[in-house]
Design a protein around this ligand. Structure first.
Ligand SMILES: C[S@@+](CC[C@H](N)C(=O)[O-])C[C@H]1O[C@@H](n2cnc3c(N)ncnc32)[C@H](O)[C@@H]1O
Length: 244
């Protein structure tokens, strides 16, 4: 794992950062508008604000392009306030969706949308857990596991826990998908002091193999229509599968 190194940002990086800050402030006014307050709150739980629908569509594109079908079972780890989750719940047959997050308020925002969007009959299951749901999943098995825009919060030990769980709960032939920062870009750095960790395909391979899993890169996120103007569009999508 490469720890992010801090370098002096260029003029254009400083300008971009300043413009993004102004944009965030403008969006922040929604917090004072009763009809927009919840929309703003749920977006601040995932960031960046103002891209909810596009990022929801992107998440949906990733899984459907990789084979998700309505009859499948999906484990959405670190699901947050269901940015992707709501689209998955709508698409999957009843009982097909399980979301796990460490933060109860994020799950509460998810429950609110399940009710508001009349999706209770899809019987989605949301789990608050500090162990990626390990303590609550029993012998449930999944065709897909997704960890969107979160893997870079976890160090190698935590990543190994996550991959061990994936090995336990994936059905034969199942896929675990998750994205990492693109090392060449982010080692240099746009995100000083934010604590994000820059895994590489090779560092992930070492962890995956120790847990009986294989990994390969599926390429950048833009192919799944991640908004190109967001810097995380350069992230790489990885696919983990159980070693046969
Ligand atoms: C950037 S958000 C991404 C949410 C969602 N996957 C998406 O892409 O819309 C990161 C989420 O990971 C959750 N999270 C962070 N650490 C976690 C952990 N150890 N276990 C479960 N969830 C965690 C946070 O609470 C937050 O909801």
């Amino acid at each position: 794992m490469i720890k992010i190194i801090q370098k002096k940002p260029s003029f254009s990086q400083t300008l971009t950062k300043g413009l993004k800050r102004v944009r965030r402030r403008i969006y922040g006014f929604r917090a004072y508008v009763p009809g927009l307050r919840f929309q703003h709150l749920r977006e601040t739980m995932v960031g960046p604000v103002g891209y909810w629908d596009e990022l929801q569509q992107y998440q949906f594109n990733v899984l459907v392009a990789n084979g998700l079908r309505p009859g499948h079972a999906l484990l959405d780890l670190c699901c947050g306030p269901l940015q992707g989750g709501i689209a998955f719940i709508r698409y999957l047959d009843a009982g097909g969706y399980v979301g796990v997050d460490i933060r109860a308020p994020n799950l509460a925002a998810g429950y609110r949308q399940i009710l508001d969007q009349d999706l209770a009959a899809k019987n989605p299951r949301l789990i608050r857990s500090e162990a990626f749901g390990r303590d609550f999943l029993g012998d449930a098995k999944f065709d897909f596991i997704f960890v969107s825009q979160t893997l870079y919060l976890f160090d190698d030990a935590k990543t190994a826990q996550l991959i061990a769980l994936a090995h336990r709960v994936l059905k034969p032939g199942g896929k675990f998908l998750g994205d990492i920062l693109k090392p060449e870009l982010h080692a240099s750095l746009i995100y000083p002091n934010c604590g994000w960790l820059c895994h590489t395909v090779e560092s992930m391979r070492a962890i995956a193999e120790s847990q009986g899993m294989e990994v390969r890169s599926l390429g950048g996120l833009r192919q799944f229509h991640y908004p190109a103007r967001l810097s995380l569009s350069s992230n790489l999508m990885l696919e983990f599968t159980r070693k046969s």
